[in-house]
Ligand binder design. Sequence first.
Ligand code: SAM
Length: 318
Amino acid sequence: MAVEYLRISLTDRCNLNCIYCTPMEKSGFLKHEDLLRHEEIARAAAAFVRAGVKKIRLTGGEPLLKKNVVELVRLIKAIPGLEELALTTNGLLLAGLAEGLRSAGLDRVNISVDTLKEETFKKITGSPGFPKVWNGIQTALAANYTKVKLNVVIMKGINDLEIPDFAKLSVDYPLDVRFIELYNTNNRSYKLSGTLFTTEETKKRIAETMGALAEVPAGRGDGPARLYTLLGAKGRIGFISGRSDYFCGTCDRVRLDCAGKVYPCLFSPATHDLRELLRSGAPDAALDDYLKKVFLVKSNYKKDSPSAGHIEMSSIGG
Ligand code: SAM
């Protein structure tokens, strides 16, 4: 599968502390000088686009914490050959930025929100803030993005009773609501293994409470999600089943973390350091050669290859 999709983590910092993600009290955040600067990110992104990438997603940590993120979006969007620029955010700061980001060229936005209740929001994220996130969702819907999606990680006993409420959002709004199975990537998520709520269980819950789901074909930009609609819905429902249904065969993505490391696969141990190259004064041709080698690693990677074992989503952005 050709690599056409790049996820760039802009920062390892986050303004939430989700129960399954990297703890805020982890051994310390990266130093400012270790993070890629705007122009380094844009130069790396341009090299990925020359190598065949058509779509870029900005993530984090929380990408909206990146200083002057609107300007960074403008820089990246100007890369010749890039077809689509998207961003994944927890939504806390989105209400104030959604219009500016859209004007700077951001095409799509995904908002991660695992609950519609403030009390549960505090339990999952460690902070208050659901009203701000809801405001962010509404602002994004009004800002004329080509697509607004919600990402919802379902956990048994924590938020599974809200599945029908989330499904109903796809009926009432032109939103894609995507239910994501919890991955085991770090110590926190391992501890929550028992809360795994599978796609099959989520589908059953929706069918029992909201009616039949009709499958719709996934298009470009839908990633590994399998898509469905409910009768009369304005939006769609997606399922991302990384635990119950591997999708390595259709994976077209690579990841660049905020310190310039490239991950050919979410679970691959091999990381490749692009920052060294960017800071060594290497010409574009050297970046291009380097990425060719990285893409080769990806094409040789199989799902039963050795796993990295421990990945902090906050540094590579999910
Ligand atoms: N701060 C941004 C946000 O909240 O969307 C971007 C980074 S966050 C790490 C990206 C996505 O990864 C979120 O949708 C989050 O729910 C998801 N995520 C983090 N850890 C996960 C895990 N163990 N299993 C499944 N999804 C996870």
